[in-house]
Structure formats: structure tokens, C-alpha cells
Design a protein around this ligand. Structure first.
Ligand code: PLP
Length: 430
């Protein structure tokens, strides 16, 4: 078969043996249509698909690859670790080093437990919050994603401050009956929920800069009210910083907003692309965990020696002076360039960024919540996505996902991306 599309061939093979051909749904391009690109290799700001076509990568493995792909210091650390053994199931010094490095950068955390995925970290933080407070109810917000633990896979109920419904088959309503789902940035609703259920709320879990409804910031007033109400009612404030941790800045969204949560959930960047996540907080709460306390939590691969080597090497690089200033400047130049190109074409458009994380919207105003994000014209977004993909620019294949810039993206990559976007904007209806 001459010029056969290798991605098509792989997709067909994959679909025969893996549900939908992918191991995580968004990779399937279901929202945008077309064949997912099967990636063969990556380097710096780029990856190459099965046809050997190069893309400027703006997903960065959905956040972890903040240094770009194959950073030499990280590769060296991982290679060295692999030669010393893949996994022991016994403690190592490197776990202490990584814990110390994380705690030094996130002042709200006095102790940390390492796990293997963000889902596990958020699920464990939730169990800990319930165990530590002896309460059942939790608050989450529509459009925030905290991994796929049953109790967190919930969409809003039908009325104000009501309990949510499972968003997935296989989750019995009884499992989500204690999960209150509220509108992001809606202070009145938040106050009502605490007024109604304050004494029963174990924790409020939030992405304080949300990256799973594109890119939506909690307003400073909303974030401050979350903190106040939790303190007032004895509930724990849990910041899910799986995406924002070491991504929006060296001290995460809590550093950007100047708010101290009780518990913090981390993932993605702390593993540098290897399976590693964490949760932590004050000593008194963390010591409720097994083996010291009654809250059970465990993992065969937790604190894996190869993953911790990768994470440590990554943290060393990002903690260097000026790292986030340079990354933030680069990301802003992308966002500003896109805004200017859209404005020149008379296209309703807006965009925002913090550190190495960004979002753009095919609408004039920056949205404040999930419902507004979802009013985006799907067909228009899909045309933009495929136009960019054809031109070698890979953005998230869904309009409700954030984008990521790495330290490896050069000014020429940013300029090429803006140029590609300009060409595609011209083809979109205004
Ligand atoms: N929390 C947030 C904010 C996330 O963005 C994600 C994943 O995208 C998770 C939790 C779940 O992490 P993982 O996919 O590693 O299980």
C-alpha cells in the first residue's frame, strides 16, 4: 500500500484489542473526529507520529513534560535509576529526597505521601479528609476533574446545592450521594451549601485554576470564600493541584492565589512523565494515615525508584532561578499572539495563561464556569483543531482541555504556531 496512512493502520489494529483503540478516552479524537495520531518519538517541544510527521506539542503528556521531551538531566537520572532496579517494594532514600523537595516548595504541606496517579492521590486525599473529620459530605465543582474515583465522578444535581448524579455507568447513586456539586465561581451557591450542610462537610475539593474546563480561574473572592467557609465550618480545603502544581508557578495555584489549603493533591510535573503523584498537608492530618493512623492507603509501586528519580531531576530544573519567569513570558507571548491574530480576522476570541498553562476560547469574554465554556461552537473548535493539526501544531483534541507550553518551546515555535493559527482563523466563520 503506497502512502498508506500509518495512523489509520495503527488505529484499526488498536481498536481490535483496546476499547476504542486508546488507554485514556480523550486520546481517541472522539470529540474532534478523525484518526488519532500514534506517537513514535518525542524530543524537546516536538513529537512525531506514525507517518513521521512532526508536531509542535502543546499537550506535553497533559501537563507533565514541563521541560520538554528528553531533557538530558532527566534522561540521565532515569537511566541511572533503571540500572539500579525497577522496583523494590521497600523504602528508599530517593523517596525522602523527593518528599523533602516537594515540602520545601509547597509550604502548606508538612508531610507528603507518594502514589502513582492523580486519581489515586485525589481519592486518597478524600478518604483522609473524611477519616480526619469523621464527616461524609464533600463539595466539588462542575467542570473540575479529580480523576476517576467513584465518589468524584459526579455531575451537578438538578437544583441549587443538591447532591450530584454519577457521570459514569457503574457508579451506584449511593456512592455519590454525599457529593455536593456546585457551580464554579458562584459564591452565593457556595454559601448556601455551607449553610445547609456545613456541619457534615468533610472537605471542599477544587482546581483553583481549573484545567479540565479549558482554563478557568477561580476569582480571588471565590477562592477566599472557599477558604473562609471551610475554616468556619471545620471542613478541609483540598486544592487539587495535579495539573497546576509546579505548572502555573513554583508554588502552584496556592502560590498564585495566596491561599493556604489544608490538603494538596499533586501529580503530573512531580513525576516528570513517569507515573507519580502525591498528596500532603499538615502533620496532624497526615499522621492519620496507615501505618500510624486509621485511614488506610497503600500501593505496590508507590514511590517507585525510577519515577522518583525522574521527578527529582525535573524538580531540580524547575527550581532554578528564573525558570517560571521565562516560561510564563513565553506562554503569554503565545496567548497574546493568538489574540492579536484572531482580532485581525474579526474572530470572537479570548485567551489566558499562568506559568506554562494556557487556554483559549472562541468567545469574547473569558468564561467563569463550565456551562459557559460548553457554549463554545463545537464545529468551529473542531475546524480550528484540525487546521492546526494539518499544519503541524498539536493542541488538545477537546475544547474543554487546557494547553501546556514547555521550557523547550522556542520563540520560533511560538511564532510558527501563531502563523498557523492565523491561516486557520482566516478559514473560520466569524
Ligand atoms: N486531578 C486533576 C486536576 C487532573 O487534571 C487529573 C488528570 O488530568 C487528575 C486529577 C487525575 O490524574 P491521573 O490522570 O494521573 O489519574
Amino acid at each position: 500500500m503506497l502512502n498508506a496512512d500509518q495512523n489509520d493502520i495503527l488505529f484499526e489494529r488498536a481498536r481490535a484489542v483496546i476499547p476504542g483503540g486508546v488507554n485514556s478516552p480523550v486520546r481517541a479524537f472522539k470529540a474532534v473526529g478523525g484518526t488519532p495520531r500514534f506517537i513514535r518519538r518525542a524530543e524537546g517541544a516536538y513529537f512525531w507520529d506514525a507517518n513521521d510527521k512532526r508536531y509542535i506539542d502543546y499537550i506535553g503528556s497533559w501537563g507533565p513534560m514541563i521541560l520538554g521531551h528528553g531533557h538530558p538531566a532527566v534522561v540521565e537520572a532515569v537511566q541511572k535509576a533503571v540500572l539500579e532496579g525497577f522496583s523494590y517494594g521497600a523504602p528508599t532514600e530517593r523517596e525522602i529526597e523527593l518528599a523533602e523537595a516537594i515540602l520545601a516548595l509547597v509550604p502548606s504541606m508538612e508531610m507528603v505521601r507518594l502514589v502513582s496517579s492523580g486519581t489515586e492521590a485525589a481519592m486518597s486525599a478524600l478518604r483522609l479528609a473524611r477519616g480526619a473529620t469523621g464527616r461524609k459530605h464533600i463539595i466539588k465543582f462542575e467542570g473540575c476533574y479529580h480523576g476517576h474515583a467513584d465518589a468524584l465522578l459526579v455531575k451537578a444535581g438538578s437544583g441549587l446545592a443538591t447532591f450530584g448524579h454519577p457521570t459514569s455507568a457503574g457508579v451506584p447513586p449511593e456512592v455519590t450521594q454525599h457529593t455536593l456539586v456546585l457551580e464554579y465561581n458562584n459564591i452565593a451557591q457556595l454559601e448556601e451549601a455551607f449553610a445547609l450542610h456545613g456541619n457534615d462537610i468533610a472537605c471542599l475539593m477544587i482546581e483553583a485554576i481549573a484545567g479540565n474546563m479549558n482554563f478557568v480561574r477561580a476569582t480571588p473572592a471565590f477562592a477566599a470564600r472557599c477558604r473562609e467557609l471551610c475554616t468556619q465550618h471545620g471542613a478541609l480545603l483540598v486544592f487539587d493541584e495535579v495539573m497546576t502544581g509546579f505548572r502555573v508557578g513554583l508554588h502552584g495555584a496556592q502560590g498564585v492565589l495566596g491561599i493556604t489549603p489544608d490538603l494538596t493533591v499533586l501529580g503530573k510535573v512531580i513525576g516528570g512523565g513517569m507515573p507519580l503523584a502525591a498528596f500532603g498537608g499538615p502533620r496532624a492530618i497526615m499522621e492519620q494515615l496507615a501505618p500510624l493512623g486509621p485511614v488506610y492507603q497503600a500501593g505496590t509501586l508507590s514511590g517507585n525508584p525510577v519515577a522518583t528519580a525522574c521527578g527529582l531531576a525535573t524538580l531540580k530544573e524547575i527550581a532554578k532561578p528564573g525558570f517560571y519567569e521565562a516560561l510564563g513570558k513565553k506562554t503569554r507571548s503565545l496567548v497574546d499572539g493568538l489574540k492579536a491574530a484572531a482580532a485581525a480576522e474579526g474572530l470572537p476570541f479570548n485567551a489566558d495563561s499562568e506559568g506554562g498553562m494556557f487556554g483559549f476560547f472562541l468567545m469574547k469574554e473569558l468564561p467563569q464556569n463550565y456551562a459557559t465554556v460548553m457554549t463554545t461552537d463545537n464545529a468551529k473548535f473542531n475546524a480550528l483543531f484540525h487546521g492546526l493539526l494539518d499544519r503541524g501544531v498539536y493542541i488538545a483534541p477537546a475544547l474543554y482541555e487546557a494547553g501546556f507550553v514547555s521550557a523547550a518551546h522556542g520563540d520560533d515555535d511560538i511564532a510558527a504556531t501563531i502563523d498557523a493559527a492565523r491561516q486557520v482563523f482566516r478559514t473560520l466563520p466569524s
